[in-house]
Design a protein around this ligand. Structure first.
Ligand SMILES: Nc1ncnc2c1ncn2[C@@H]1O[C@H](COP(=O)(O)OP(=O)(O)O)[C@@H](O)[C@H]1O
Ligand code: SF4
Ligand SMILES: [Mg+2]
Length: 381
């Protein structure tokens, strides 16, 4: 894979031609992130302010999102999910590491170099209120990206916007309305229509339903899933809510303090997690059950203490200050993210003393909202 990654860090005015679109077969790598690092400098001192440290927001992560795949990124608040999303969309400059999109190294590409692929990578944001310009009509908001990119669809932009409104389940007649005339869920649909306007290949959705009521969350998740399946768009779906990610994602990566600590297909992560942190996250869901029955009595793992500061993360394994299995080795040796014995192919875990695979045991631990559960049943049937 590495051989066909083109280095554009040299003095080139434009990026080399992207891999032929015909090569974008499902299963081919679309976005490849290697050893990606983002440190935010911390300034201090008086009278001369100098850099006294760094927030290690993202500290050496590897990820691959395949063509048409939905990839979930989960972890507690502050673990570096949004920073990762902003790095791969190049809203942030990486400190080091490599981001390749369709075989091109875009990690150091300039605005001008990125222009030809900008339209292919779109973002959906968490807050459907602040992410839409209140002074623009829906028509203007959705056609804006087409205008900026000089895209003139057949039949005109207005026709295309009306089609997009229909695709996301909104009334095409509402073309001239303003954002305040819509509910939160409808606004997020407008955000989805705007992201779709440029026919992207990859959508980075950063907590796209976290600000919505749970019943509305299921509807928007369902829409995103339809879009992903029917239009073949790959998703990097970022969320702190494991239940939402489980419904949407074919593969899932779990982050802790700037690192990916476990990654695998959805079933491996949710039913056979090997990393103690993944176990804890899965068992940390509220102690309620849909029918008030047995599973409410299941023993939950309570994570002790707070997440350490990303300015001075623990040595060795970053989870060791909260891990009930930690031993001396955990403080001195960082566990590599590898396929440990007992894992299925593609399931990687970064732990010296992993949990036993507990088949089926975790499945019931994720308590889905009835609306999400219904979606899940319908997509499996
Ligand atoms: N622009 C910034 N400057 C300094 N620190 C930042 C900046 N953006 C994020 N951080 C810090 O980086 C860490 C990761 O943040 P973020 O990626 O937003 O996490 P998440 O999305 O998982 O909640 C946090 O400690 C956060 O405070
Ligand atoms: S490496 Fe050690 S501290 Fe880290 S998760 Fe595994 S057992 Fe816990
Ligand atoms: Mg975030």
């Amino acid at each position: 894979m590495k051989e066909d990654v083109v280095d554009v860090t040299k003095d080139e005015a434009t990026l080399p031609a992207p891999r032929d679109a015909a090569a974008d077969e499902p299963g081919e790598p679309l976005l490849v992130v290697e050893n990606l690092v983002k440190h935010f400098p911390v300034k201090g001192g008086f009278p001369v302010r100098r850099t006294v440290g760094a927030v290690q927001a993202v500290d050496g992560i590897d990820l691959t999102v395949h063509v048409g795949e939905s990839f979930g990124l989960v972890g507690e608040s502050g673990c570096g999910k949004s920073t990762t999303g902003r790095l791969v969309t190049r809203l942030l400059e990486p400190t080091s590491g490599r981001i390749s999109y369709r075989g091109q190294d875009i990690s150091r590409a300039t605005r001008k170099q990125l222009a030809p692929i900008r339209s292919q990578i779109q973002m959906i944001f968490q807050d459907p209120y602040s992410s839409l310009n209140p002074r623009q009509t829906v028509g203007k908001i959705i056609s804006g990206p087409m205008e900026i990119n000089g895209i003139n669809p057949q039949g005109g932009r207005e026709k295309r916007v009306r089609e997009l409104l229909e695709i996301v389940g909104l009334n095409p007649e509402h073309y001239n309305r303003f954002p305040h005339e819509f509910s939160g869920g409808q606004r997020q649909r407008i955000g989805v229509a705007r992201a779709l306007a440029l026919e992207p290949k990859l959508i980075v959705a950063d907590e796209p339903v976290s600000a919505l009521d749970v019943s509305i969350q299921a509807q928007v998740v369902n829409l995103l899933q339809q879009v992903q399946k029917e239009l073949g768009i790959a998703f990097l779906f970022i969320a702190h809510d494991l239940a939402v990610v489980r419904h949407f994602s074919q593969r899932v990566a779990v982050m802790y303090l700037g690192k990916v600590i476990e990654v695998g297909d959805r079933d491996s992560i949710y039913t056979r997690p090997r990393h103690p942190y993944t176990h804890a996250l899965l068992s940390a869901v509220p102690e309620v059950s849909l029918d008030g029955g047995e599973e409410a009595r299941r023993e939950r793992i309570r994570l002790a203490g707070d997440v350490p500061s990303p300015i001075s993360p623990p040595s060795g394994c970053r989870f060791r200050t909260r891990c009930w299995k930690a031993q001396d080795k955990c403080a001195t040796e960082e566990p590599p993210l590898v396929q440990i014995s007992g894992n299925r192919s593609g399931h990687l875990t970064a732990c010296h003393f992993p949990e036993e695979p507990t088949i089926e045991a975790r499945d019931k631990d994720i308590i889905l909202d009835p609306a999400l559960a219904a979606l899940e049943d319908s997509s499996e049937g």
